[in-house]
Design a protein around this ligand. Structure first.
Ligand code: MF3
Ligand code: CO
Length: 257
């Protein structure tokens, strides 16, 4: 069952969403060569508690940190570590969720560190644009497959591939609710979107083959072929006026990240 949220509930989710937005905006502005991914995790944890919110990932299925930090060929779920240093030219995915007043929000952004290879820049741009295009499909009466297909079509026309093993998801009083939202699919298929539904849309796009594997730490997903991967995410509500991106300020304009 897909749970629809009331206007009051969406306001609460937006409060959680603004914590997520502000933390990711801060982190994205502070990523520098020489920092460790643990440094970023510490800032996220401190900001979250200062805002009276709780990290959504820490403790989830035993996950040990506040953030997921996934570099270059790491796709998602990289565990922050004081031994992992960020270098000039890296692309770093920062994924963060928060719970505030019983409601969850979840978002991710991939950051270019200093000057990065043009093909890496293009991977980031296409992945971010695939999320923009998916968000535009979040209208009552459209179907879930319209959202999935928007991601897949834009990523693949850019010459990239979408990851099959991980999906976006419904979100609300739990981090993961129905439905699952693959980054591939066919327009016109799947459940109809209705006012009050909330989706965490999260394209994971590889520069090479779509296949991924999980490392011995049981979390970090990497591309099998070693190619780069990018990840962007927002929590988006269906309203009668179209998509409401709950992980952004209300009047934000322009590209989603
Ligand atoms: N954005 C990811 C998701 O929606 C992050 C989950 S990481 C975990 O699944 F550690 F919490 F599992
Ligand atoms: Co998510």
């Amino acid at each position: 069952m897909i749970v629809c949220k009331s206007a009051a509930e969406l306001e609460k989710m937006h409060r959680a969403g603004m914590v997520v937005h502000d933390v990711l905006a801060e982190l994205r502005g502070m990523v520098r060569p020489g920092m460790t991914t643990r440094d970023l995790d510490a800032v996220a944890e401190k900001m979250t508690s200062e805002r009276g919110a709780k990290p959504a990932f820490k403790g989830y299925m035993g996950y040990p940190a506040t953030l997921c930090t996934s570099i270059n060929s790491e796709v998602v779920h990289g565990i922050p570590s004081s031994k992992r240093r960020i270098s000039e030219g890296d692309i770093v995915s920062l994924d963060f969720g928060a719970e505030c007043g019983g409601y969850f929000a979840d978002a991710a952004v991939t950051v270019a560190v200093g000057a990065v290879a043009p093909e890496r820049e293009r991977l980031l741009r296409i992945t971010r644009e695939s999320l923009d295009r998916a968000i535009e499909k979040v209208w009552s009466g459209n179907r879930l497959g319209d959202v999935s297909a928007a991601v897949q079509q834009w990523a693949e026309q850019g010459g990239f591939s979408v990851v099959r093993e991980f999906v976006g998801h419904g979100i609300g009083t739990k981090m993961h609710e129905e439905p699952q939202l693959p980054n591939y699919g066919e327009p016109g298929r799947g459940p109809k979107l209705r006012e009050g539904m909330v989706l965490a849309i999260e394209p994971m796009v590889n520069a090479g083959r779509p296949d991924v594997r999980v490392l011995e730490d049981h979390w970090t997903a990497v591309t099998v072929d070693g190619s780069d991967s990018a990840h962007f995410e927002h929590t988006v509500a269906v309203t009668k006026n179209g998509p409401w991106v709950l992980t952004r300020p209300r009047d934000a304009a322009g590209p989603c990240w």
